[in-house]
Write a protein that binds this ligand. Structure first.
Ligand code: ADP
Ligand code: MG
Length: 698
């Protein structure tokens, strides 16, 4: 790998000795490049800075002034207030920081501060700071008369050891060189920048550190956002190539001899979204390029029907298809539903789980190996075990988020056959997020619900009305319905005053629902026990299922009409949506009741949830509220870069461009061997090693 000036340790920069280098290391900054990418977190426009002499009570302002005097003032109630008098050419004002006497040690007379906050009346005008920054020190290191250059004041993410003024002074002394060196990192050709309407790297970084206006910094941010998205997509494009292109796939032949009869037999016609997804899938399967597609659709949007048609295409062409699901109960449920659709067409459906008696299992394995089994439904033991298919043409994975990326990629490395792969997810996420997380897959979305559903009614209840809620559940049971009651914890903990599933199960069984049959389901039960409880609920032998979020995934009990969620404020919106999706699967009207003792903020969130049934809208709200910080959580490895600059909601356009460019590059020059792609290759291998390894393409 070629060596760049920016790879130098930060310690060799002006103003950075060993001690500051250590302090930088704590911020994750070890090289000159890291420092250059340590960009301001905040910009203040000088045109909004008020002269101190013009401040009036009630104004919300930013001012710049020098500390003329300062001190700590005790109050009668024991509170100590740090006060400083700030001065500019037009006047003076007192700034007061209640309860922060230590500032007395940090600020010195002569320091220049940028302070924003509200002007209050208190023995005259007084500024109550919301935020402040030391722009320059009156004594050491910076010129006494120095004023920040330009019209925009930047504020860097700082620490105790690396305060604002130190960072500023370090940038002051090194930025020109750093920017100069950044040219060595430029990987976009001028035509590409023009086409993408993005500035060059040097210009972008200049804009971020020394913006001439706030929009200028935004332009710089977009360039760095593109870079992040592009490299993420490049990793995924490599994974996609490995999955779909390295070896030719099966060309499935379509005769319609099974597909048509199923169309005729179904009691409904496909939604437009289902039809569109199937067009994508059929096209993939009929081509010689392997399919690696994600089918996304909210709970109940009809993914199974789509999967069944896809499996029929494989069977029509003389091959086998398999459907993998995360649990045995789900496998049984699917096998039952799919049999009902396919047995009349003469297509056998084989169930393969660990629960089968050994004779049955042997029979199933033989049928799979001989090719007599056409559609095979099972858990992921299907790929792990020594299950040999005669000629596997298609693998469908349900609830894909339960399977890791590695497991998914392993499908493409099977010895026998080169099946097409369709993964399905019932977690509705915004399209941009799906592209970012699953950029290695092609995407089909069921964004439309089959008609004729009775909408689920959602209500928010205070813990004080629990009695009424229980009475409602008893009424529903009396009508022959079943209910879920979900808790955030398994065991009661001393510290947190939350109702736990286990304790509540005991209580409910003995008192509130003494006349009903109550079951308990949580993640710490042995899997046989879990299956047993769930099976009894499915068979209608349990009226009330007390559970933790293990019921979240895919289970389908048409007779269950009530979902109660306790401590609903503790759940994310998307998680609540999954829970709500457990009811409303039959003809009867269903109810989701959130019991919550929420603060103001949680209440806003829960109201959004109450007022919409659209999973995608809920997912967008969730992303907006919680931010994208932990999105890559499960995919995170070590010092793997996260998205620092890109904002998946705002930068959807950039993401689409990044994906298109990354895929085009990989198909043009898969190994990035051309000299003009050298920088891209260097950067990819230097910074994205973990992520490449995660997909097995490193
Ligand atoms: P998902 O797997 O996406 O949660 P399912 O495939 O289980 O959804 O479908 C939910 C229900 O809707 C099933 O009972 C299915 O038979 C029915 N269904 C699927 N597609 C349609 C359609 N186009 N019109 C009416 N009902 C449909
Ligand atoms: Mg194919």
């Amino acid at each position: 790998m070629s060596y760049s000036h920016l790879d130098r340790p930060v310690q060799f920069l002006k103003g950075v000795g060993p001690k500051r280098a250590d302090a930088f290391a704590k911020l994750g900054i070890t090289t000159a490049r890291d420092l250059l990418y340590h960009v301001p977190r905040r910009y203040d426009d000088a045109s909004t800075v008020e002269p101190i002499g013009r401040l009036e009570v009630g104004m919300d302002v930013s001012v710049i002034g020098r500390v003329r005097s300062k001190g700590v003032i005790p109050t009668r109630r024991g509170l100590r207030i740090f006060q400083a008098v700030l001065e500019d050419d037009s006047g003076m004002i007192t700034v007061a920081w209640p309860g922060q006497p230590w500032l007395d040690r940090k600020l010195r007379p002569g320091d220049t501060l940028l302070v924003s906050g509200k002007v209050k009346f208190f023995h005259g005008r007084q500024l109550q700071p919301r935020e402040y920054t030391v722009l320059s020190r009156g004594d050491v290191e910076s010129e006494p008369e120095e004023r920040p250059t330009g019209m925009i004041f930047v504020t860097y993410p700082a620490t105790e050891e690396l305060p604002q003024w130190v960072l500023r002074s370090i940038f002051e002394r090194n930025l020109d060189a750093l920017l100069e060196w950044s040219v060595e990192d430029e990987y976009l050709a001028p035509e590409a920048m023009q086409r993408l309407e993005l500035p060059g790297l040097r210009e972008a970084l200049t804009s971020l550190h020394r913006p001439v206006a706030v929009y200028d910094a935004e332009r710089g941010r977009r360039r760095l956002a593109f870079d992040e998205l592009f490299f993420l997509q490049l990793v995924q494009a490599q994974a996609r190539r490995k999955a779909t292109e390295l070896e030719p796939g099966i060309v499935h032949r379509r005769s319609n001899e099974l597909i048509k009869p199923l169309h005729d037999a179904l009691p409904f016609s496909l939604t437009e979204a289902q039809a569109a997804a199937l067009r994508d899938i059929y096209a993939d399967m009929q081509s010689d390029r392997r399919m690696s597609r994600l089918l996304q659709g909210d709970v109940g949007s009809g993914k199974t029907a789509v999967a069944v048609f896809a499996m029929l295409l494989a069977v029509e062409g003389g091959r086998q298809a398999s459907l993998m699901v995360p649990t045995e109960i789900l496998a049984e449920q699917h096998a039952r539903n799919i049999s009902a659709m396919l047995e009349p067409l003469g297509v056998p459906v084989t169930l393969l789980t660990g629960r089968l008696a050994s004779g049955e299992r042997r029979g199933a394995l033989e049928a799979v190996a001989s090719g007599d089994a056409k559609v095979v439904v099972g858990t992921h033991a299907l790929i792990q075990d020594a299950v040999t298919f005669a000629e596997l043409g298609l693998v469908v994975i349900d609830e894909q988020h339960r399977f890791g990326v590695k497991q998914r990629m392993a499908l493409f490395e099977r010895e026998e056959g080169r099946p097409d792969v369709l993964v399905m997810s019932a977690t509705p996420i915004p399209r941009s997020l799906a592209m970012a997380l699953y950029g290695d897959l092609d995407l089909s979305v069921l964004d439309e619900m089959p008609p004729g559903r009775t909408p689920i009614r959602t209500a928010l209840r205070d813990p004080s009305s629990r009695k009424t809620v229980y009475a409602f559940v008893r009424d529903q049971i009396a009508e022959g319905r079943q209910a879920y009651i979900v808790y955030p914890l398994v065991e009661e903990s001393e510290k947190v005053d939350l109702l736990s599933a286990t304790q509540e199960f005991e209580r409910l069984r003995e008192s509130v629902f003494a006349d009903a049959r109550v079951g308990l389901l949580h993640g710490q039960l042995a899997s046989a026990e879990k299956d047993e409880v769930m099976r009894r609920f499915v068979e209608g032998e349990v009226d009330v299922l007390v559970a933790t979020t293990v019921v979240e995934v895919g289970i389908d009990v048409a007779n269950a009409s009530v979902m109660i969620v306790e401590h609903a404020e503790r759940f994310g919106l998307s998680q609540l949506h999954q829970l709500r999706g457990r009811v409303g699967r039959g003809a009867a009207e269903s109810h989701c009741i959130l019991v919550a003792d929420p603060g103001e903020e949680a209440l806003e969130r829960l109201k959004i949830f109450r007022d919409t049934l659209d999973g995608f809208a809920i997912a967008r709200a969730d992303l907006r509220i919680r931010g994208q910080g932990d999105l890559f959580g499960s995919q995170q490895h070590g010092k793997d870069p996260v998205l620092r600059f890109a904002d998946l909601m705002a930068d959807e356009d950039l993401l689409a461009l990044a994906q298109r460019d990354a895929r085009a590059l990989v198909s043009l020059d898969p190994e990035l061997a051309a000299p003009e792609h050298g920088r891209i290759r260097d950067h990819l291998f230097a910074r994205y090693q973990h992520r490449l390894a995660m997909y097995g393409v490193g």
